[in-house]
Design a protein around this ligand. Structure first.
Ligand code: ATP
Length: 330
């Protein structure tokens, strides 16, 4: 299979800031790929390197199998949807969408048909004559998508495109983006700092930390088998068991992650723990536990947590397969 995008030992330094630091990465053709990480971890810089707005300090980037070192942004078969959408305010929706075709001097009738097709696809039939200021945030976002798609890119880069939307609209747009990507069959590379967003849409994702890829994998890999403490703590509420705690339990290892839902409360067997606090979450109860002076969070069924009180001594257990040994952070 051809790769849509490949990074080989790519670094991008801004003076002494290593925005991207020796990254090797392959994004498959037709994949919905997310770059996830905290602010400043290098995600946007990676996207800008793919688009050609930045040049690597070292290393090589290929798009659809071709090295792009000497290929200008407009010839890369790649297009970008920016967080602020960057629509032209004085142009109508249809003029915004068809802009790239006008620049290429494509015939007016073809321009109109293609624009209408795309407005249909993003569910904005009949909105062509409006100005961007007459649209809602979600509608503006769809215009930006249609505008980026009209030049038929093979790879669509999306830089936090849902960041400006409220929660409900974000969730709707997540589903729409995913189904649009499936319909079009092109590669989407999506940048976000929101793990829920990355997990709900991506086929695979790269978790970034300080310009490096801390882990690359499917959402399930990252959630259930985080490779190091950074990934475990960034992607959710996973417990990180320290070397000390592991050793006190007779387990060898540097650190391990354990999902809160994998901890069981046993009445007889198990490891002694003290209940620090409990929170009612509806169908589940979250317990904050202390074992050998370390805090762990457990998520148990309402019925299991119902009778427990703060300061109770409890016994906890988990299946050995629930414990994932981790490496030091890269
Ligand atoms: P965010 O989620 O906040 O957008 P990010 O993960 O996308 O963050 P980048 O924007 O790629 O991170 O930035 C990575 C690092 O590179 C940061 O420390 C940032 O300050 C620095 N950086 C990015 N662009 C430039 C630039 N043009 N000049 C100098 N430093 C830069």
């Amino acid at each position: 299979m051809t790769s849509a995008v490949q990074f080989e030992k790519v670094s991008k330094h801004f003076n002494n800031v290593r925005a991207v630091d020796d990254v090797d990465l392959t994004i498959n053709d037709g994949e919905f790929f997310a770059m996830l990480g905290p602010s400043g971890s290098g995600k946007t810089t990676c996207l800008r390197l793919i688009a050609g707005f930045e040049r690597p300090t070292s290393g090589e980037i290929s798009v659809l199998g071709e090295p792009v070192k000497n290929v200008p942004p407009y010839r890369r078969n790649v297009n970008t949807v920016f967080q602020d959408y960057a629509l032209f305010p004085h142009l109508s929706v249809a003029e915004n969408v068809s802009y790239a075709l006008k620049i290429k001097k494509i015939d007016k009738t073809i321009r109109r048909t293609e624009t209408e097709n795309l407005l249909d696809m993003v569910r904005l039939q009949g909105y062509g004559d409006r100005k961007p200021s007459e649209l809602s945030g979600g509608q503006r976002q769809r215009v930006a998508l249609a505008r980026a798609l009209i030049s038929k890119p093979k790879v669509l880069l999306l830089d936090e495109p849902l960041g400006a939307l409220d929660l409900k609209l974000r969730e709707e747009m997540q589903e729409e983006l995913k189904s649009l990507q499936r319909t079009l069959g092109i590669t989407f590379v999506f940048v976000t700092h929101d793990q829920g967003e990355a997990f709900s849409m991506a086929d695979r994702l790269a978790v970034f930390n300080e310009g490096r890829v801390a882990q690359l994998g499917t959402p399930e890999d990252i959630y259930y088998r985080p490779k190091n403490a950074f990934v475990a703590s960034f992607v959710g509420t996973s417990n990180v068991l320290s070397k000390n705690l592991l050793n006190s339990l007779g387990i060898e290892g540097f650190a391990a992650s354990l999902r809160p839902e994998d901890i069981n409360i046993d009445s007889e067997n198990g490891i002694a723990a003290r209940l620090i606090s409990k929170s009612f979450l509806g169908s589940a109860t979250r317990l904050s536990l202390e074992i050998n002076k370390e805090r762990l969070t457990a998520l148990v069924d309402y019925a299991q947590g119902q009778h427990l009180k703060e300061n109770d001594e409890v016994r906890v257990s988990w299946k050995s397969s629930a414990l994932h040994m981790m490496q030091p952070a890269p």
